[in-house]
Design a protein around this ligand. Structure first.
Ligand code: M7G
Length: 330
């Protein structure tokens, strides 16, 4: 259950800290509407042809759709955005209400808010690969226990052949994309990183804060590659990431969940920073490794991640799962 005092505090932080940014984001969106989102008055998504719904959630208010956009395979993710406290007075004054039912002290309505308060966040992946389509498809998962030998003989060869492109990561590091969204950067080639909002976060409220820190070093694929030599890098990300978030969003470290995924989707080392209390996708124990634990594990055993078994979930049609099955490991 959300703690209201905390929520209020965060929303105050949100309005203090986010409003210049939110304004900027609005201007960017307005520009986008002219330059990218709309072409001659028509949304680029108006030509989207739905092939199938990959998954949806009434609780999360999301839908993942597979289809074609200008003859290319595409995935479109639609998500209703949270209601912001600062929008409440306009919602109450400027909306129309249609009564659904009234019974004793209870009544329910259909509230039709002005369009700008009724946003849907749309994420488009185009052209999407089959792997993208599978990533967003609802599927059964299986927990795999990967030994160090399994990593060398099964996982590593698989990810070397089949992982998602990390071009988007290089674009961020080289300031070819999203440079205006960077919250903090340490440019040091060995210890440095770029901290910026994850594209899952609309940055309108701190309640669902989600940032990622992407290392400047390009040769660290995942948790499995980490050894004692990476401790200064990890400590730097932890320390400076926390400081930058406190400064920008007034959110102290005690409100942050800071972790790495194993397996990640993108094999270029990055750290997730999400707000404690926000059930971010992938923050469960079967996939998220707290950065503080990773640091301590490496301090007590420099080869911890080179030698220990690591468990993680794989989806039913993941090629890596077939490899584990073929090797008799499942
Ligand atoms: P991950 O652990 O490799 O995989 O995290 P996951 O997507 O299964 O969690 C990569 C993170 O990068 C995710 O949280 C994505 O939402 C985020 N992300 C992915 N892309 C393609 C982008 C992007 O283009 N820009 C930004 N800002 N974030 C992205």
């Amino acid at each position: 259950m959300a703690d209201h005092s905390t929520k209020r505090e965060n929303n105050v932080a949100a309005s203090d800290e986010l409003s210049p940014k939110a304004k900027k984001t609005k201007t960017e969106h307005e520009n986008d509407r002219g330059e990218n989102g709309n072409e001659s008055g028509k949304s680029v998504l108006s030509g989207f042809q739905t092939a199938s719904v990959l998954s949806d959630s009434a609780r999360e208010k999301t839908i993942f759709v597979h289809g074609k956009l200008a003859d290319q395979n595409a995935v479109v993710i639609l998500e209703k955005t949270p209601i912001r406290e600062e929008a409440l007075s306009e919602i109450f004054t400027a909306s129309t209400l249609e009564l659904d039912l009234r019974n004793d002290i209870y009544s329910t309505y259909r509230l039709l808010a002005p369009p700008h308060l009724n946003e849907i966040k749309a994420t488009v992946v185009c052209p999407a690969t089959d792997k993208h389509v599978k990533k967003y498809q609802r599927q059964e998962s299986f927990l795999v226990d990967e030994t160090a030998d399994d990593y060398e003989s099964i996982t590593l060869p698989f990810i070397q052949k089949q992982s998602f492109s990390v071009q988007w990561v290089y674009n961020i590091l080289e300031k070819k994309a999203e440079s205006e969204r960077i919250v903090f950067e340490d440019p040091d080639p060995m210890l440095g990183f770029v901290l910026l909002p994850d594209f899952k976060w609309d940055q309108k409220q701190v309640d669902n804060l989600y940032l990622i820190a992407i290392t400047h070093q390009r040769n660290i694929k995942s948790l499995r590659d980490l050894t004692l030599e990476h401790l200064p890098l990890l400590q730097n990300i932890l320390q400076k990431g926390k400081e930058a978030i406190l400064q920008r969003y007034s959110l102290p470290a005690s409100k942050l969940r800071i972790y790495l995924h194993y397996q990640p989707s993108y094999y270029h080392l990055h750290v997730h920073f999400t707000k404690l209390g926000y059930e971010a996708p992938g923050c469960g124990v079967e996939r998220a490794h707290l950065l503080t634990d990773v640091i301590q594990n490496l301090q007590s055993n420099p080869r911890f991640y080179k030698t220990r078994s690591l468990s993680f979930p794989l989806r039913a049609d993941d090629g890596l799962l077939s490899q584990f099955r073929e090797a008799g490991r499942l």
